[in-house]
Design a protein around this ligand. Structure first.
Ligand code: SAH
Length: 248
């Protein structure tokens, strides 16, 4: 029984941003498990079984992957970006913790990927060059009050902030409330980056002052990065560059 599980990050979209390590695991895999659009990124081949499932069944998917590996299969669980950032790696370990003792003997590896926050930051310049934090704005897995508290305290601590899952059809209002919290705490000119579908053909970047940031500038394919009080824009003929200096 030489089964294993690799929880792998596919990066933000562009094939050139998939690491060779992840490619190697996919080449050796017998099974790929993941959310439908991520599994759709894997080229079918003989001997590879693709198991695509809906987004809301993370723990079942994780248990399925561990079960397959216990049967001797070589399983890659795919996430977009990095699997440890608001993604499947934690779900897999939750399933491991709650599952049969035998699963703990399995060969389980987490293979990092380029997370959306870093891909977006790189496209815009270097907005995360000083201290920053990452916040998931979805209240599917935590209460909204906790999100607001973290936003307020992060603004008070003057972190640059990277927001994942800023706004969805099922959560249309949260991001407007997040912007209100920030407006109460930050100067009007604070730069905000909206980076949509980074590294894909639909890529679209906008940098606006906080006062001009509107809720409908974000959707589920958008990364929002709010600068710290030090973050600034350099205007160039090739477009604006957003950066945060290294020192205060
Ligand atoms: N594990 C992923 C994040 C999953 S949460 C990672 O490390 O990137 C999903 C959120 O990531 C989306 O709502 C969006 O905010 C962000 N995201 C993922 N891919 C993106 C891309 N190509 N461009 C911009 N944002 C992206």
């Amino acid at each position: 029984m030489n089964g294993w599980v690799a929880v792998a990050g596919l990066g933000p979209g562009d094939e050139a941003l998939v690491t060779p390590e992840v490619r190697g695991a996919l080449d050796q895999a017998t099974d790929v498990v993941g959310y439908i659009p991520y599994v759709a990124r894997i080229a079918p081949r003989d001997g590879l079984v693709l198991h695509a499932s809906d987004n809301r069944v993370e723990l079942e998917r994780a248990a399925h992957a561990l079960d397959l590996a216990a049967q001797g299969r070589r399983v890659v669980v795919v996430s977009s970006g990095d699997p440890g950032v608001f993604a499947m790696a934690s779900a897999l370990f939750e399933a491991l913790e709650a599952g049969p003792q035998a699963w703990r003997a399995l060969d389980i590896r987490v293979l990092p990927g380029i997370t959306a926050m870093l891909a977006a930051a790189a496209r815009a310049g270097a907005p995360l060059g000083h201290d920053f934090c990452a916040i998931n704005l979805s209240d599917n897995l935590k209460p909204w009050a906790l999100i607001e508290k973290r936003l307020r305290l992060a603004a008070e601590a003057d972190f640059a902030m990277a927001f994942y899952n800023p706004r969805s059809k099922s959560r249309p209002d949260g991001f407007a409330r997040a912007l209100d919290v920030l407006r109460a705490a930050c100067a009007d000119a604070r730069p905000v980056l909206f980076a949509r579908a980074v590294s894909t053909p639909q890529e679209d970047l906008h940098i606006v002052p906080l006062t001009e940031a509107l809720p409908d500038m974000a959707d589920m394919r958008t990364m929002v990065i709010v600068g710290s009080s030090l973050t600034r824009v350099i205007d160039t003929p090739r477009g604006p560059i957003l950066f945060t200096p290294r020192s205060v």
